[in-house]
Design a protein around this ligand. Structure first.
Ligand code: 4AD
Ligand code: MG
Length: 430
């Protein structure tokens, strides 16, 4: 018997009682009752209790089971038995217990500090919560790609090293580049804009970097950025695409991640309920709403976590805040005669801003004027300005923080748990 059975199949009841199986994993928990060892084994799909009995397994197997520490790598063969006392309702009655590797004393036990757990992140990744979060993230990424494909968006791979800034200079990571300097990308937007003139509807999922000196539950220095850009697309049309995409991702996670959501304490029904269209609230009205709620908030102020929470209070689904004052936003957004821009932030209840997007300025003179006003040198944007010289068309796009979305969808408290090896201020280890 060589085939290995995923633990999930046993827990799902797919293995008949009495059937012999082989499982493979790591010791999650262990307790000894003299001649009987209960060893709970973890694999990527679940945990299963194995009863290892003296006299039933060979003596050296029994001794190994008695002395193997947590996180030892093991292979266990045995027969499946229903047992309501075992976690998951099934037990494996071992006939063979083979240790692949005897673990040293595992440094992680209960009640350890957040800092310590971040120091041993490479080991803490084995926790059930992080395992569940990583699986949700995989489904989120898969659903994004599936939706884009369905809508005719083509995946592209824009550069990470760049000489131009998309989102302003203050949060750029600078890197030496063959005697010159380059920057780690904050956004693929400008390069995606170049690609719409051949492919029309494009997207990219790339790492983005922000040297933001903010320690908050929603900021990473390195995050995965899903960005879309479409030619002949209005502001309303791009928002319609985004809201349907977000709803689709929520439904896929609810459908495919029942077990993971249970581990994370997130109710899948709340995700199933999400449906397009989402409410659209003009920035001016958002300001009024906040003032009514007692906030000392005035036009021109940006939303912090408290304002975001107040704006989504009591809501079941995200809300778009649109048409910010032009003075608050980057040069590339299309400005209206009233001084607002055709932009939007999508704010999720308990998740904060998960998307920022806009319709883009298409007129060469207007965009040059804005760049100059922002103190930028036009020659640094020469290639980008060319896009307004050769067949410029209406277009819109957006950027979605994948970890922000995962944090919200999975109900995580902190964005760092939406990524395996978080890069935050003062930490790039492990
Ligand atoms: O709002 P942002 O800065 O917009 C842009 O970068 C546009 N150029 C995108 C575009 O139109 N193509 O960033 C977009 C999203 C935010 O809404 C947020 O979800 C995420 O990126 N984000 C971060 N996620 C984690 N950590 C950070 N420090 C983030 N900064 C932005
Ligand atoms: Mg933003």
């Amino acid at each position: 018997m060589t085939q290995v059975t995923p633990i999930e199949q046993v827990l799902d009841g797919h293995v008949p009682e009495g059937r012999a199986v082989k499982i493979r994993g790591w010791i999650y928990r262990s307790r000894s009752q003299g001649k009987l060892n209960f060893v709970v084994v973890r694999d990527s799909t679940g945990i299963l209790q194995c009863a290892v009995k003296k006299g039933v397994v060979k003596d050296d197997h029994f001794e190994d089971a008695s002395k193997a520490l947590l996180e030892s790598a093991v292979i266990v063969e045995g027969t499946v038995k229903k047992d309501s006392r075992a976690p998951g309702g099934f037990e494996l009655q071992a006939s063979h217990f083979h240790v692949l590797h005897f673990s040293e004393v595992f440094p992680i036990s209960k009640d350890q500090s957040t800092e310590f757990l971040l120091d041993v992140r490479h080991l803490w990744l084995r926790s059930r919560e992080l395992t569940a979060a990583m699986k949700v993230k995989a489904v989120v990424l898969e659903a994004i790609r599936e939706y884009c494909k369905k809508e005719g968006y083509i995946e592209t791979t824009p550069p990470i090293l760049s000489s131009s800034a998309a989102e302003g200079g203050s949060t750029l990571f600078e890197v030496p580049y063959f005697g010159k300097k380059a920057f780690l990308s904050q956004s693929a937007q400008l390069h995606l804009e170049a690609l719409i003139f051949s492919l029309e509807k494009v997207y990219a999922i790339t790492p983005s970097f922000r040297a933001e000196k903010s320690r908050t539950p929603k900021h990473l220095a390195e995050y995965w950025h899903f960005e879309g850009e479409a030619a002949h697309c209005s502001h309303e049309e791009i928002m319609a695409f985004e809201e349907k995409l977000v709803a689709f991702v929520c439904h896929e996670v609810a459908r495919q991640c029942q077990k993971e959501l249970a581990v994370l304490g997130r109710n899948p029904q709340d995700l199933e309920k999400i449906s397009a269209p989402f409410e659209k609230l003009a920035y001016q009205d958002a300001v009024k709403r906040l003032q009514k709620k007692g906030f000392k908030f005035k036009e021109g102020d940006d939303f912090g976590a408290d304002e975001e929470a107040a704006l989504t209070e009591g809501l079941d689904q995200p809300v778009f805040v649109t048409h910010f004052p032009s003075s608050m936003k980057p040069f590339y957004m299309l400005e209206n005669p009233d001084g607002t821009v055709n932009n939007h932030d999508l704010i999720a209840p308990g998740g904060g801003e998960i998307i920022g997007g806009s319709e883009r300025e298409v007129d060469l003179q207007r965009i040059e004027k804005k760049l100059k006003k922002a103190g930028e040198k036009l020659e640094n944007y020469a290639w980008y300005l060319d896009l307004r010289r050769f067949g410029s068309v209406q277009h819109s796009g957006f950027g979605l923080g994948v970890e922000r979305l995962v944090k919200w969808v999975a109900g995580l408290e902190h964005i760092r748990d939406a990524t395996a090896f978080p890069r935050v201020m003062n930490r790039a280890y492990p």
